[in-house]
Design a protein. Structure first.
Length: 424
């Protein structure tokens, strides 16, 4: 959302380096690297609700303070702290989906859940462009905080616990109090373990999973590259539309609609289609489901995503009519979302009970890419130009888009069989 205001912030805070300018936007994602490693395991100790509500309040406070920043140092610090709280829904989302939906339903559920996080980077800059042009960049943060305050109130009123061990623990506590039988325990309770041991085990789990789970590593790296591409394209929009096409900040921000259109189309197609393919393959497999049944739809994205990237970059380079790079951006967004959904549901299916920790581990790799890609985007396009730069990026995503799903389809079950965390 901050992208349209980057030039204004750079002027006001005397930022001379392009890297520092893009860091004002990307530092928020750097916090997403740290947050999930703490928040995801905490949710598996104390439940989803208390962690989500506490983290959102933390985000609300520091996002509001961002609007009062008087220097780039303050902005960087407050953006990072707000990102720590803002990382909670991304870290816990996979766990909540695993809690609430069966495997046959998770494709659609994941698509609905992903709609807002993907529409945010597409729609947010539109509002930010006009807020920057007619009010002040500070209102970007204050407007978001007002909306988030409404969400926080609704969460306090209506958000219910979904994590089964936490629900059972509360029930067991009530029964112990009611019956006086102190020996009543759930299957998840380990009364001999101290709080410190429990905390240490839960906080270490995402790190252990990241470094010991090949199935998680392969999909995390692939999704990280796609996530980095998305933020690289977002970072390139101000250059393309303000400099190449000489648009004012407000009208230039309207081009983000193309990404939103692509995300919506991709989400509408991917959710039902992923579930349909899963059910069909399950029926052919003696009615036994496998996480690998999420993989087949990843193969078409090896074509769709590069096509969108090439069309966007080449059309922008030659300053073809503005609708053409927008069509490319929409195709790119649709391809990205289909890949994201396949990988997300695969991870949830594979690590059902520990889905939050698995998602947190994957988020580390993904957000490192989202943080770093926009930082080297200016240098990449300065050296290669936006056309050849996108040709290079498209070639990489094409190769990865064929290799990763092939490896997971061929050897995914074997990799999962070696894991102590995988479901089944």
């Amino acid at each position: 959302m901050l992208a349209p205001a980057l030039d204004t912030l750079a002027d006001e805070f005397d930022v001379e380096s392009d890297i520092e300018t893009y860091l004002l936007m990307s530092i928020f994602l750097l916090a997403y690297v740290v947050g999930p490693f703490v928040l995801a395991p905490l949710s598996e100790m104390y439940g989803r609700v208390v962690v989500l509500q506490s983290a959102n309040m933390f985000y609300l406070i520091f996002n509001t303070v961002c609007g009062f920043s008087a220097s780039k140092q303050q902005m960087l610090a407050f953006r990072f702290l707000s990102g720590l709280g803002g990382s909670a829904p991304q870290a816990l989302g996979g766990g909540v989906l695993s809690d609430c939906w069966r495997a046959e339903e998770r494709g659609t559920a994941t698509a609905i859940y992903s709609l807002a996080p993907f529409l945010g980077p597409a729609v947010g800059p539109i509002a930010a462009g006009y807020l920057t042009q007619y009010l002040s960049w500070r209102w970007i943060f204050w407007t978001v905080s007002i909306a988030d305050a409404v969400v926080q109130i609704l969460a306090f009123l209506f958000l219910s616990e979904t994590y089964a061990p936490k629900i059972l623990a509360v029930k067991a506590k009530m029964l112990r109090k009611k019956t006086g039988n102190a020996s009543l325990r759930t299957e998840f309770d380990q009364p001999d373990r101290t709080f410190g041991q429990t905390l240490r085990k839960n906080l270490v789990r995402p790190f252990r999973m990241l470094f010991t789970q090949p199935a998680l590593q392969i999909t995390a790296v692939y999704r990280a590259y796609l996530y980095g591409l998305m933020y690289l394209v977002l970072a390139s929009f101000p250059f393309v539309w303000s400099e190449q096409y000489d648009m004012e900040p407000g009208p230039a921000s309207l081009n983000y609609i193309s990404l939103g259109v692509g995300f919506v189309i991709g989400l509408q197609i991917s959710g039902p289609l992923i579930d349909k393919v899963y059910r069909k393959l399950k029926a052919q497999n003696n009615d036994t489901g496998r996480p690998e049944f999420r993989i087949p739809l990843m193969f078409p994205t090896a074509i769709i995503t590069p096509i969108g990237l090439l069309l966007y970059g080449i059309a922008a380079h030659f300053e073809v009519h503005w609708i053409v790079p927008n069509i490319g951006a929409a195709i790119l967004a649709a391809g990205l979302i289909l890949s994201f959904q396949c990988v997300q549901t695969y991870v949830i299916d594979s690590y059902e009970r520990y889905a939050a920790s698995a998602a947190g581990a994957a988020a580390f790799v993904r957000t490192m890419a989202g943080f770093s890609f926009p930082l080297f985007a200016p240098r990449l396009y300065d050296v290669l130009g936006i056309a050849w730069g996108n040709v290079l990026l498209a070639g990489i995503v094409f190769v990865m888009g064929l290799i990763v799903p092939f490896v997971m389809w061929r050897w995914g079950a074997w990799l999962r069989s070696k894991s102590q965390y995988c479901a089944g």
